[in-house]
Design a protein around this ligand. Structure first.
Ligand SMILES: [Zn+2]
Length: 361
């Protein structure tokens, strides 16, 4: 006779159970140690434990007291299954069915964990990629609408210079740098004492009057424009807008009503912040744009040197939102050495006249 090692639980037994030996004999379950005998027909099989790895044989005594027998370990459970009378087999099928339940429990836990991990990855590590993906879904026409609304807002605030020799010069240089672009560029000068220039989504470039006053020639202006254009071409401005305005505002823009957010954007654009990587990219691609337009790229170096001098005083907006100027100078100098451009020439403009046109306004 094969005995089953088990723990017996009963109303008068200790809560941790009592170690017993049990076996099936004909249609009875015999608890050897306790001299108990139960009709198999009175047994109710249940499965328990967190992982559903415990089997219980339950019954009620003649006076209604509750009993439960728990086979000690896996091989004892197997002994119950192997030696139980046929009448108990349908109930013991629960034991085999439990693996499905375990899979479900662990499957659900795994799914919840995976969801949490994915969310964190998306929001944190993949955040930039998520924004890039959203930006790619926005058509150029919508992006241009965004830029135009902000430009309208700037116009309504006054101080924009949109005619005269200075703007003509900016437009002429800008056109050289944006040949073949998918954007319809608009170039404006804003009367402002801070040394700044910024790019709106969709092809609007705003140059502060102070930048033209500080630049020593047209090549330096071209260097700044070449850089700003890349923020538009690479959609840095669009991504930054999505980032700072939030996704709800983006939805408004996507639906088509851009006027609601234009006012907010107009005030944020001047102080738009780009990461060091994006600034480096704009410098590198800006340099390539100057070469393609046959404009001598030295203006990048000399204008950055002017900026470095300015940094010693109060750092102007354009400087503070751009990476360490001295390092940028070094990078550009390396590019110039690596990629000499014999056909590149300095731009010929009457720069004094351009600067005078700004002061006169
Ligand atoms: Zn920049």
């Amino acid at each position: 006779m094969q005995t089953i090692r088990a723990l017996l639980y009963g109303d008068d037994l200790p809560p941790v159970g009592t170690k017993v030996f049990a076996y099936f004999l004909e249609h009875r379950l015999i608890i050897d140690t306790m001299d108990i005998s139960v009709e198999v027909a009175d047994l109710v099989v249940s499965v328990g434990g967190f992982e559903h790895d415990e089997l219980f044989l339950n019954w009620q005594g003649s006076t209604g007291e509750k009993w439960a027998l728990k086979p000690y370990e896996a091989r004892d459970i197997q002994m119950v299954i192997a030696t139980a009378p046929l009448s108990l087999k349908p109930q013991l099928a629960k034991w085999h069915g439990r693996t499905q339940h375990i899979k479900l429990v662990w499957g659900a836990i795994a799914a919840i964990l995976a969801f949490c991990v994915l969310s964190v990855l998306l929001l944190w590590w993949q955040y930039d990629r998520a924004i890039s993906w959203v930006a790619e879904q926005i058509p150029v026409s919508t992006e241009e609408k965004m830029g135009n609304s902000v430009l309208e807002q700037l116009r309504s605030e006054g101080g924009l210079i949109e005619s005269g020799v200075a703007v003509k010069t900016v437009q002429e240089i800008g056109a050289k740098l944006t040949k073949g672009s998918r954007y319809h560029y608009q170039w404006v000068i804003k009367t402002d004492k801070t040394l700044n220039a910024f790019a709106l989504p969709g092809g609007v470039v705003v140059v502060h009057s102070a930048l033209i006053e500080k630049a020593s020639n047209a090549n330096e202006l071209a260097a700044v424009l070449a850089h700003e254009v890349q923020h538009i071409e690479q959609r840095h401005s669009l991504k930054s807008t999505i980032n700072s305005l939030g996704w709800a505002a983006l939805l408004t823009v996507t639906i088509g009503d851009v006027s609601a957010v234009a006012a907010v954007m107009a005030h944020q654009m001047g102080s738009m912040y780009f990461s060091r990587d994006l600034e480096d990219e704009a410098d590198r691609l800006g340099f390539q744009a100057l070469i393609r337009a046959n404009i001598k790229p030295d203006g990048m170096v000399t204008f950055f040197q002017t900026m470095a001098k300015e940094e010693k005083g109060d750092a102007p907006a354009w400087v503070s939102s751009h990476p360490a100027t001295l390092e940028r100078i070094k990078t550009i100098q390396t590019l110039i050495e690596k990629e000499p451009c014999p056909p590149c020439k300095p731009l010929v403009f009457d720069w004094i006249q351009v600067q005078k046109a700004i002061v006169a306004k």
